[in-house]
Design a protein around this ligand. Structure first.
Ligand code: NAP
Length: 292
């Protein structure tokens, strides 16, 4: 069994991005600039944005955070986004989700200029991704593709079973892995909460991508010998430690790992790659901005 070390891969990729930023600056170009919009004071969102700022500093990007009260109206937020769309010094920006309930998230996402939508959530980017055209691919699926590539995992003709059909993980993953590319060329099955007999399906899988948010859902008797298992799940469960919680994935790691050819741990697997993908998208957005 080979443990897929997302942390190590992310550290390596971060160095490569930092080098590309250095080269940009040496060539007289600007530092890439990523802006994060944070609405309200959701603790998890504040942590995610702080981590993104930290990663920007590590690779040499400029980063800014625009914070707004949870009471901001949808129209006011969209006006702020339009300012960023027009600001030539901003290469890419993200709106940290979730937004307060009175704001329609999709309408907000659709107001972002797709060329600055480094989260890859705009329908233009999602549409281009499904057609295999140049686009910003959303961070988690992009990070998983990078991990498969970094470990040279054979995907051609393999049966990939994806647990979960969300717009941010399961569905784009299914699309990417079914494309005529590497990683890709898989036969893909997508399971969700209404799929009966999931175990029968996962037992036929060469590759399983678990993204449902149900702690330790995937057990050893659901996995065949030699499978590749990618665990996307992140759930905090109470624990008797300093933090008062620990992070658990969708895979019962201890019992599943011995059967696998490759497996990602949680934490330290897919998670660290997500932020790298955002950095890569921002660098690409800066390159596109150079040519405007
Ligand atoms: P989501 O939007 O809640 O979607 C969950 C999906 O799982 C849905 O399609 C749901 O089916 C399906 N599902 C739920 N319970 C199921 C069950 N018992 N059996 C089969 N399918 C089931 O979640 P998400 O945003 O995709 O996130 C999934 C997990 O990944 C979460 O733990 C999240 O924290 C984690 N995550 C991690 C990263 C990272 O960077 N590592 C990034 C994003 C998300 P229905 O469609 O039928 O409801």
């Amino acid at each position: 069994m080979i443990l897929i070390n997302g942390k190590e891969t992310a550290t390596q990729l971060k160095k490569e991005i930092a080098k590309q930023v250095e080269d940009r600056i040496a060539a007289g170009k600007r530092q890439p600039h990523l802006v994060a919009i944070l609405v309200g004071n959701n603790g998890a969102s504040m942590t995610y944005v702080a981590n993104k700022e930290k990663a920007c500093a590590q690779v040499g990007f400029k980063s800014s955070v625009l914070t707004y009260e949870a009471t901001i109206s949808e129209d006011e937020l969209i006006q702020e986004i339009q300012k960023l769309n027009q600001d030539p010094t901003v290469d890419g920006f993200i709106v940290q989700l979730p937004l307060p309930k009175h704001i329609n998230e999709q309408r907000v996402i659709e107001s972002i200029d797709p060329r600055k939508d480094v989260d890859g959530f705009h329908s233009v980017n999602v549409g281009n991704m499904t057609l295999g055209l140049p686009c910003f691919v959303s961070a988690t699926p992009h990070g998983i593709m990078e991990l498969l590539e970094a470990y040279q995992i054979d995907t051609k003709g393999k049966h990939c079973v994806i647990l979960g059909r969300s717009n941010i993980v399961g569905r784009p993953m299914a699309n990417l892995l079914s494309q005529k590319t590497y990683p890709g060329n898989c036969t893909v099955t997508v399971c969700h909460s209404l799929t009966p007999n999931i175990k029968e399906i996962t037992l036929m899988a060469d590759i399983i991508i678990a993204a449902i948010g149900v702690p330790e859902f995937l057990k050893a008797d659901m996995v065949r010998e030699g499978a590749v298992v990618i665990d996307v799940g992140i759930t905090r469960i109470p624990a008797d430690n300093e933090k008062g919680y620990r992070i658990v994935g969708d895979v019962a790691f201890d019992e599943v790992a011995p059967k696998c050819s490759y497996i990602t741990p949680v934490p330290g697997g897919v998670g660290p790659m997500t932020i790298i993908s955002l950095m890569k998208n921002t660098l690409r957005a800066a390159e596109l901005n150079d040519t405007k």
